[in-house]
Design a protein around this ligand. Structure first.
Ligand code: CUA
Length: 238
């Protein structure tokens, strides 16, 4: 257990490891960064609590009529007590911010071997269009083991496509095209929810990502394409 924790910590502490992983699976990258935040604030919190505890004991009142007196600090000590704790906090802040920035930039370069699906959001649904023209509403079926990119816009107001399990969230808005991508690795279902207040039914604007084995997806995809072609032919009266 300790060995595993240490390995996770090492992985978290290596920006290069994040960058390498982020391309494959952004969710793992964000999870590691979050783990790093938890570790860092815990260490800082414990260190500062210990120092405070020491001061409370060291400078406690020793008799009922004792009156406190503050010794005058030298300029160097005053500056030191201000700058050193601030530097410790800021150094960690900048470290985390830099890693977040790097992960974000890596994330914004989606993998080339992706499945790219168009998404139009509207009050109150998620309307997906696959590359072969097949459409789906609120339920996005995708194959396991392939990165999925959503190219998004909106037909009315601002919505935000949020898939908590994959740690991705991005606004979709009228007159502008945005994107997000994620890497579903094994079959399962994941909630999609709107994360931008978009109207009275905002809280009902939910859907799901259904990850299925690749073969199952391919079969479904071909069948839906066939249905679409047949419907088109009927319309034309062929
Ligand atoms: Cu769409 Cu909130």
């Amino acid at each position: 257990m300790r060995k595993r924790l240490f390995a996770a910590f090492l992985a978290a502490a290596t920006p290069a490891a994040w960058a390498a992983n982020a391309i494959k699976d952004p969710a793992a990258g964000w999870d590691r960064l979050w783990f790093e935040v938890l570790v860092d604030i815990s260490i800082l919190g414990i260190v500062f609590a210990l120092i405070t505890t020491y001061f409370i004991i060291r400078y406690r009142r020793r008799s009922a009529d004792e009156v406190g007196r503050a010794g005058k600090l030298t300029v160097a000590a005053a500056v030191g007590w201000t700058v050193i704790p601030m530097f410790v906090f800021m150094a960690d802040d900048f470290f985390l911010a830099a890693n977040g920035w790097q992960l974000w930039n890596t994330y914004r370069q989606p993998p080339a071997d992706r499945l790219e699906i168009k998404l139009e959001s509207g009050m109150y649904s998620w309307d997906y269009t696959y590359p072969n023209g097949v459409q789906a509403q609120n339920v996005l079926k995708v194959p396991a083991g392939k990165p999925v990119l959503l190219r998004m816009t909106s037909r009315d107001t601002i919505h935000s496509h949020f898939i908590p399990d994959f740690r991705v969230k991005e606004d979709s808005m009228p007159g502008r095209v945005t994107y997000l991508w994620f890497y579903p690795q094994k079959p399962g279902e994941h909630i999609v929810t709107c994360a931008e207040y978009c109207g009275i039914m905002h809280s009902y604007m939910v859907g799901k990502v259904v990850v299925v084995p690749e073969a199952e997806f391919t079969a479904w995809y071909a069948q839906e394409e066939k249905k679409l072609a047949e419907a088109g032919a009927r319309k034309k009266g062929v």
